[in-house]
Design a protein around this ligand. Sequence first.
Ligand SMILES: NC(=O)c1ccc[n+]([C@@H]2O[C@H](COP(=O)([O-])OP(=O)(O)OC[C@H]3O[C@@H](n4cnc5c(N)ncnc54)[C@H](OP(=O)(O)O)[C@@H]3O)[C@@H](O)[C@H]2O)c1
Length: 320
Amino acid sequence: MADCILEQLKSQPAWLLVFLSLGFLSILKFSLSILKWVYVNFLRPGKNLKNYGSWALITGPTDGIGKAFAFQLARKGLNLVLVGRNPDKLKDVSESIKSKYGSTQIKNVVVDFSGDLDDGVSRIKEVIQGLDVGVLINNVGVSYPYARFLHEVDDKLLSDLIKVNVEGTTKVTQAVLPGMVKRKKGAIVNIGSGAAIVIPSDPLYSVYAATKAYVDQFSRCLYVEYKKSGIDVQCQVPLYVATKMASIRRSSFFVPSTDGYARAALRWIGYEPRCTPYWPHSLLWALASSLPESVIDAWRLKFCLGIRKRGQLKDSRKKE
Ligand SMILES: NC(=O)c1ccc[n+]([C@@H]2O[C@H](COP(=O)([O-])OP(=O)(O)OC[C@H]3O[C@@H](n4cnc5c(N)ncnc54)[C@H](OP(=O)(O)O)[C@@H]3O)[C@@H](O)[C@H]2O)c1
């Protein structure tokens, strides 16, 4: 049988053989990528995060994705340094984590990332002195209250976006890294966004998307910079997650709850430098990559103009 196929092939013209080989290689490549996708999403075990160190530091842990990360990391047996702006909310979150996972040690640090950042970062440094912080989740982030053109973005919003998303992420990382370098181990997770990486543009959210593009490139450079020091840097790229920032209350197949996202997210820590941990998001990413960019640009612009219109309407009702 094999001889027969070989004879048949030998009698074919060279161009057809090249064509068939290319087709075979493409099918092989596609099949391997599907197998890899199944493995990393459903079969690959998560790393033992306690091997990085016994403490995790999370920014923005009082709501949304950050809060879910705090609960999940406590569930995995890590002690927590929670960095948030609201002392009452920090106290509430720590108490509910302690009531669920009694043995978790928790230290709260009050930092308003849009306020005096240097002062806040020096307080973080003081608190983590002597703690083996092995996991850092740079989650804190702000977006627009609703979509708007760049000339409609006021100075305060512009400054908050850059201070919280860019400066905050950079300075907290700088504060935590020396300990990790000394211990030769650590995992840093920076929360990026599909707005900068999955879709070609995010019109009417330009500054937000651009800050997340910074987070993406910052993460990739650090991944290479610190790989040999035993530190795994990763940019996680969520698409929509049901939080107050996304103005989505209920989860669905393509929009996970914060808990659903954080459970998936923990399993990816320490692996690829860039990932989208919630598997239905990776289907949307594949779809976006297969469409012409102009089609996505046009759809996104229409979608964001709709958000702007509804936001303006709400604002004008509030004023009445
Ligand atoms: N939700 C999504 O669909 C989505 C998609 C892609 C990426 N992301 C990214 O995921 C991360 C978390 O977003 P989220 O949806 O969970 O947001 P969220 O529900 O609005 O929670 C944001 C967290 O950050 C804190 N925070 C905001 N401004 C702060 C400041 N100036 N100083 C200190 N803390 C501050 C909030 O504190 P308070 O509790 O005091 O408000 C809260 O704990 C962000 O980086 C976001 O860009 C989200």
